[in-house]
Design a protein around this ligand. Structure first.
Ligand SMILES: *Cc1c(COP(=O)(O)O)cnc(C)c1O
Length: 232
């Protein structure tokens, strides 16, 4: 199937999951995860109406950004502090903020660039050692510190990566827990606490994430096909 056909199929599945949950499909944003994909493949997605891309490597954003002036980029991967400076002016949203150290560097670079940076806090609800992210229990403290210490940062919600599993009922509780955290923390009264995005769900689990309240789904392989990593 072509990229355009895949996008069509994913959009239908998003709509079906939203309807099942009694939600308006229009409130769910589809982020095309374009890591490892060529600019040509991304242009195909753009021709099919999808112009917002998620990337997990700073270098890839730097290379693709000037070639796709009509696209917008989200950073969804682990971000090293020494690379923040390369992307603060290129990304619409950073999904993967998981330490005060990183937030402080984003603050410094945002100050230099004289701009506001929108972020999500990444939560590792299952406590998987292989994944980055804040423990659910430390997320509120992190939120309050960012609001206090980082005046150039606007906190727009939470991001979550569920454990890889075929068993949807096994991972449902994690989505639900992050949704509850999103609702609780979203009530924090602060001008730079503006929760509007709950980023959860990938190719293998996005219908479930939508049932549990996600409003950004990050989809790679269901749009572009299986990823080919170059042999190391
Ligand atoms: C790669 C990646 C995705 C997309 O994964 P697929 O299974 O290909 O849809 C989503 N989120 C993050 C953080 C990723 O790194």
């Amino acid at each position: 199937m072509s990229i355009a056909e895949n996008i069509e199929k994913v959009r239908r599945e998003i709509a079906a999951a939203a309807e099942k949950a009694g939600r308006d499909p229009a409130e769910i944003r589809l982020l095309a995860v374009s890591k490892t994909r060529s600019v040509e493949e991304m242009r195909e997605a753009m021709a099919a109406g999808l112009c917002v891309f998620g990337e997990n490597h700073v270098q890839e954003i730097r290379e693709k950004y000037p070639l796709l002036p009509d696209a917008s980029f989200h950073m969804i991967g682990h971000l090293q502090t020494n690379k923040v400076k390369y992307i603060v002016d290129k990304v619409e949203l950073i999904h993967s903020v998981d330490s005060l150290h990183l937030a402080e560097e984003i603050q410094r670079q945002a100050e230099k660039a004289e701009r506001e940076v929108k972020i999500l806090l990444q939560v590792n609800a299952a406590g998987e050692a292989s994944k980055f992210g804040l423990a659910a229990g430390e997320t509120e403290d992190m939120l309050l510190r960012v609001l206090r210490d980082c005046p150039r940062i606007r906190v727009c919600g939470l991001m979550h990566i569920a454990p890889a599993s075929e068993d949807m009922e096994a991972i449902r509780p994690y989505f639900r827990q992050v949704k509850e955290l999103y609702q609780t923390l979203g009530r924090t009264e602060h001008p730079r606490c503006q929760f509007q995005w709950l980023s959860m769900g990938m190719s293998g689990d996005f219908p479930l994430a939508i049932e549990e309240g996600a409003n950004i789904v990050r989809i790679g392989s269901a749009i572009f096909g299986p990823r080919q990593y170059a042999a190391q």
